[in-house]
Structures are given as structure tokens and as C-alpha cells.
Design a protein around this ligand. Structure first.
Ligand code: GDP
Length: 298
């Protein structure tokens, strides 16, 4: 089942947090709470979430003797409380259609794969999906997206390499509107090395979209690679500035010990987390279930 897969996917994160917590004593005095806070910080949960969890445990149980298991459960509950408010699936609600979903993120973060996974998820729900190859900068990007589109059984609007992404997006919105598409998912360039150009490119895409539909883009989804740990968080700052961000998808949570960064992102940014990537296959995008994730990682 997928929850078993999720458990095995988060195994490394869970082992890391588990072993960090194991060093913490079980009488909840100040020294123990210091150790707990440190253990959470070195588990990639970030200083803000670590401080909050420390405070909550102190408020609830200061001075008490608890078991190791109770400590883990208490931490899991506090993590769940941080995650619950941000868990928000990406829903197709736009009227008029199509809902335009801009997908942004640095190259290598898993953007292309995530687009294919979203297309798969939406077509499974009987939504009509169209992709737009707005990353015209990388030679391989268009071809890769074409391969994924074929696998997912959806159409792709593409232009020449080096072409104008805004004009591809323009064509894609027309095609989506004419053919009654529900969700138009737009790939974009991830060249953070050239922030100014990227910013201008994304701004132009937004302008063209806005002319066709005031509400578009309806979603600006930032794809983050969990294996980057705290660096993934600094990408949120940059992309908020470059493009505006309405929600996050974190990828590669399988096989990394740095899954705690999901909690750090939730606490520090409060942006909706739509889904998580737990593998390379099309089916490996999971709705973000905060209680399950909290239980799995702590
Ligand atoms: P892009 O450059 O951002 O478009 O990234 P790609 O979609 O091409 O993905 C980069 C690499 O990460 C590929 O080898 C993908 O198979 C891999 N990848 C993407 N998402 C996941 C995930 O959730 N888990 C794992 N293990 N690998 C992933």
C-alpha cells in the first residue's frame, strides 16, 4: 500500500530523528529540553519548529518523567500540529477553465517529473490535462517533458528550443480553452544562476496569462528537492521574490535523511504543501497527509 511505501520512503529520516531523540533523557527538565531542541535542529526541522516543539512540551509536561516512546509520540503530535494547517491538496476549481498551474523550481529539483505526476493524478480523476513546455532554455527539457506527456497520455504544447516561453504559454491557453481542458500545467525554466533573466521571463509569462484570464496563473507551485536540506528553504525566499509562490511540492523524500526540512518549511513559511514526491515513477506523488507524515518521521 502507499502508506507502507511512505514508511519505507521516510525510513532514513525516521532513523535519523529517532536516533537523535534516543540520546535525549526522559525527565523533562531544562537540560533535557535543551537536548531535545538541539536534536530537532540537527534533524533538519529548523530552529523555529524546534523552539516551538520545545515550548509546547515544556508547557504540557515540564518536570515529568516520561518514557522514550512517550517522548517520540509527543514530538510526533507537535509535528503534526505544525503540518496540519499547511496540508492542502492542489484542487481543480477554476472557473472558467482552464486552471493554469505554473510550476517553478531550480533545475534538477524534480520539476519535470512532478509535472508528469500531477498530470497523471489529474487524469486519474478524469480531468482533461494539457502541458506547456515553457522551459525552452535547456535543450533536453522539451524532449523530456514530451516523453513524460506521452507516458501520462496528455498533450503537450511546445515550441522551438530557445523560443519565447510566453508565446508557448499563449498558444497553450488558447488550445486548452478551445478543447475544454481543465488543468494547464506549465513548465518553466529553472535558471537561478541568472535571477534577473528568470524573473523577467516569469513576469512576461504572467503578463500574457493575465491578459487571457485575470485569475491566471491560479497556482504557482514551487518544487523543492528535500535532499538539499536547509538550502531548499533558501530557495523558497528566492522564488517568492522572483515569481511569487502559492504552494510547495517537496520531492525526493524517499531515500533522504533530511525529510525534517518539510517541517521547517511548514513552520517558517506557512505556504500550502500540496503533495510530496516519494520516487521516480509517475505514481510516486502522494497527497500530503500531515498526521501520517508526522507519525512516520518521529
Ligand atoms: P528537473 O530538472 O527539475 O525537471 O528535474 P527532473 O524531473 O528531471 O528530475 C531530476 C531527477 O530527480 C530525475 O532523475 C528524477 O527521476 C529524480 N526525481 C524526481 N522526483 C523524485 C522523487 O520524488 N524521488 C526520487 N527518488 N527521485 C526523484
Amino acid at each position: 500500500s502507499w502508506s507502507e511505501r511512505l514508511f519505507s520512503g521516510f525510513r532514513k529520516t525516521s532513523e535519523r530523528i529517532g536516533s537523535n531523540l534516543t540520546g535525549v533523557a526522559t525527565r523533562l527538565d531544562d537540560a533535557t529540553l535543551d537536548d531535545l531542541e538541539d536534536a530537532l535542529i540537527i534533524s533538519d526541522l529548523g530552529p523555529a519548529a524546534a523552539a516551538r516543539i520545545r515550548q509546547k512540551l515544556s508547557d504540557k509536561s515540564f518536570g515529568l518523567e516520561i518514557t522514550q516512546q512517550e517522548l517520540k509520540e509527543a514530538v510526533a503530535e507537535e509535528i503534526a500540529e505544525i503540518l496540519r494547517p499547511v496540508a492542502k491538496p492542489l484542487e481543480i476549481t477554476a472557473f472558467p477553465r482552464p486552471q493554469v498551474i505554473l510550476v517553478i523550481g531550480v533545475n534538477g529539483s524534480g520539476k519535470t517529473t512532478t509535472i508528469a505526476k500531477l498530470a497523471h493524478l489529474f487524469t486519474e480523476d478524469d480531468y482533461g490535462v494539457l502541458l506547456a513546455a515553457g522551459d525552452t532554455f535547456r535543450a533536453a527539457a522539451i524532449g523530456q517533458l514530451a516523453t513524460w506527456a506521452e507516458r501520462a497520455g496528455v498533450d503537450l504544447v511546445r515550441g522551438p528550443e530557445g523560443g519565447d516561453p510566453a508565446s508557448i504559454v499563449f498558444d497553450a491557453v488558447k488550445q486548452a480553452t478551445d478543447t475544454g481542458i481543465d488543468a494547464l500545467i506549465v513548465d518553466t525554466a529553472g535558471r537561478l544562476q541568472n535571477k534577473k533573466e528568470l524573473m523577467e521571463e516569469l513576469a512576461k509569462i504572467r503578463r500574457v496569462l493575465g491578459k487571457l484570464n485575470e485569475e491566471a496563473p491560479h497556482d504557482v507551485v514551487l518544487v523543492l528537492d528535500a535532499t538539499n536540506g536547509q538550502n531548499a528553504l533558501s530557495q523558497i525566499d528566492v522564488f517568492k521574490e522572483v515569481a511569487g509562490v502559492t504552494g510547495l511540492i517537496m520531492t525526493k523524500l524517499d531515500g533522504t535523511a533530511r525529510g525534517g526540512v518539510l517541517v521547517a518549511a511548514a513552520e517558517q513559511y506557512g505556504l500550502p504543501i500540496h503533495a510530496i514526491g516519494v520516487g521516480e515513477k509517475m505514481e510516486d506523488l502522494r497527497p500530503f497527509d500531515p498526521d501520517l507524515v508526522a507519525r512516520v518521521i518521529a
